[in-house]
Design a protein around this ligand. Structure first.
Ligand code: 5GP
Ligand code: MN
Length: 347
C-alpha cells in the first residue's frame, strides 16, 4: 500500500486553507483548458463528484467542446460550454464564489473565457501539472509539473481531504481515464510508482480498466482509420537528417473523411514509431477559426515547449506541446521547417 507521504502532497496549512474555502463556498465553478482532453475532462468530473457529495452546487464550464470519444465519460453530458452560451456562462462565473482551474495555468489557455474568470470576484484555485504556471492567475496555485496528469493531483487532493472512502465508481472511472490518456495508456511520463498505487486504489472502486482503454482508444469510426492511413501515406514528410517530420491536414481533407472532433487524436505521435525519430510536427487548419493548429511531440530530452514558445505562439510540456500560426498552411510549413533548422543541434 502507498504510504501517506506518497499521497499527501499538501502542507497542513494549505490543506486547511483549501478545506475552509470549500466549506465556505456555495457556488463552485470548475473549468479546464480549451479543447479539453481526457485529463481536463476527467479531472473536472472527478472533482465535481467530490464537491457535489459535500453538497456544493458545482458547475463544470469548458471553453469549447471535448472530443466525441470522451462522451461516454459518466457525467460528461452535464458539462456546459462557454462558446455555446456566453451569457449564461458569464453569469455562472460571475456568481461563483470559488473557481477551480484545472489542467492549465495561464488564462490565455481558455481564450475569451479568461476575461470572465479574471473579472470574477470568486476565489480562484489552479491545480495543474504544466510547466511555468502564471502565479498571478489565481489565489492558490497547486503546480506539480512532475505529476503525470491533473487527475493524479485531483485524486491525491481528494484522498488527503478524506474523500476516498466515499468516492464513487463513476468518479474513479473519470480520474483513471485522465491518467491513462495523459500518459498514452501509461507508455510515457508514467514511471513514478505512486501512479500505480493510485491505480490500485481506483481499481478497488470496481472500475473496469480494460473497458476504459477500449472506450477511449478503440472506439473510432471507419472514416478515422482511413483518414489516418491517408495522412500517413500522402501528407507526412520525414526530414531524416534532422530526425524530424512534418504532417499537414487541410479542412478539405477533414471534410472528405467526415472528420469529427477527436479523430486526429494520436496521429501526431505516430511518426515517432519510426526508429531514430525525435520530433513530430502536425499542422492542421482549424475548423472554427482561421488559424493553423500546431502540435508537437518528441522523445527523450527534445524540448517541444521551447520550440512551441519560440516558433508557434504556444507552449506545453517537454515532450508534448502545441500552438497556433496564422493562415495559410504553406507559410506554416515554412515556419515549421525553420524551427527544425533552428533546433537542429538538439535533434
Ligand atoms: P495538443 O498537441 O494535444 O493540442 O497539445 C499538447 C499539449 O501542448 C497540451 O497538453 C498543452 O500542454 C500544450 N498546448 C497546446 N496548445 C497550446 C497553446 O496554444 N498554448 C500553450 N501554452 N500550450 C499549448
Ligand atoms: Mn493534463
Amino acid at each position: 500500500m502507498p504510504t501517506k507521504n506518497d499521497l499527501f502532497i499538501l502542507h497542513d496549512s494549505v490543506l486547511f486553507k483549501l478545506i475552509n474555502l470549500i466549506r465556505e463556498a456555495h457556488k463552485i465553478v470548475i473549468c479546464a483548458h480549451r479543447s479539453p482532453d481526457g485529463d481536463a475532462l476527467g479531472a473536472s468530473l472527478g472533482l465535481a463528484g467530490y464537491l457535489r457529495r459535500l453538497g456544493k452546487s458545482t458547475a463544470i464550464i469548458m471553453p469549447n467542446p471535448f472530443p466525441d470519444f470522451l462522451k461516454w465519460l459518466p457525467g460528461s453530458n452535464n458539462v456546459s460550454f462557454f462558446d455555446d452560451n456566453i451569457h449564461l456562462a458569464n453569469s455562472k462565473i460571475k456568481q461563483a464564489d470559488l473557481i477551480f482551474m484545472l489542467d492549465f495555468s495561464s488564462l490565455d489557455r481558455i481564450k475569451e473565457m479568461g476575461n470572465a474568470v479574471c473579472e470574477s470576484k470568486a476565489t480562484k484555485i489552479i491545480i495543474d501539472h504544466h510547466l511555468d504556471p502564471d502565479m498571478t492567475a489565481a489565489d492558490l496555485v497547486f503546480s506539480y509539473p512532475s505529476a503525470c496528469s491533473t487527475c493524479e493531483l485531483i485524486f491525491k487532493i481528494i484522498y488527503q481531504m478524506g474523500g476516498y472512502e466515499d468516492m464513487s465508481s463513476k468518479d474513479a472511472v473519470c480520474l483513471y481515464t485522465g491518467m491513462m490518456t495523459d500518459t498514452g495508456g501509461f507508455t510515457y511520463n508514467s514511471t513514478s510508482p505512486v501512479i500505480y498505487s493510485i491505480i490500485s486504489l481506483l481499481l478497488n472502486k470496481s472500475i473496469d480498466k480494460d473497458r476504459i482503454y477500449r472506450n477511449v482508444f478503440n472506439n473510432y469510426s471507419e472514416n478515422r482509420l482511413r483518414f489516418l492511413g491517408y495522412i500517413l501515406y500522402e501528407k507526412l514528410r520525414f526530414y531524416e537528417s534532422r530526425r524530424a517530420s512534418i504532417m499537414t491536414i487541410t479542412r478539405e481533407e477533414m471534410k472528405r473523411f467526415h472528420f469529427i472532433r477527436g479523430d486526429g487524436e494520436g496521429l501526431v505521435n505516430m511518426p515517432l514509431q519510426v526508429r531514430g525519430m525525435r520530433l513530430s510536427i502536425s499542422l492542421r487548419e482549424d475548423t472554427e477559426k482561421d488559424v493553423i493548429r500546431v502540435s508537437l511531440r518528441s522523445v527523450d530530452d527534445f524540448p517541444c515547449n521551447e520550440m512551441a514558445e519560440q516558433f508557434f505562439n504556444g507552449g506545453g510540456h517537454l515532450n508534448a506541446s502545441g500552438g497556433e500560426l496564422p493562415f495559410p498552411l504553406e507559410e506554416a510549413i515554412l515556419t515549421a521547417e525553420k524551427a527544425i533548422e533552428a533546433f537542429k543541434h538538439k535533434l
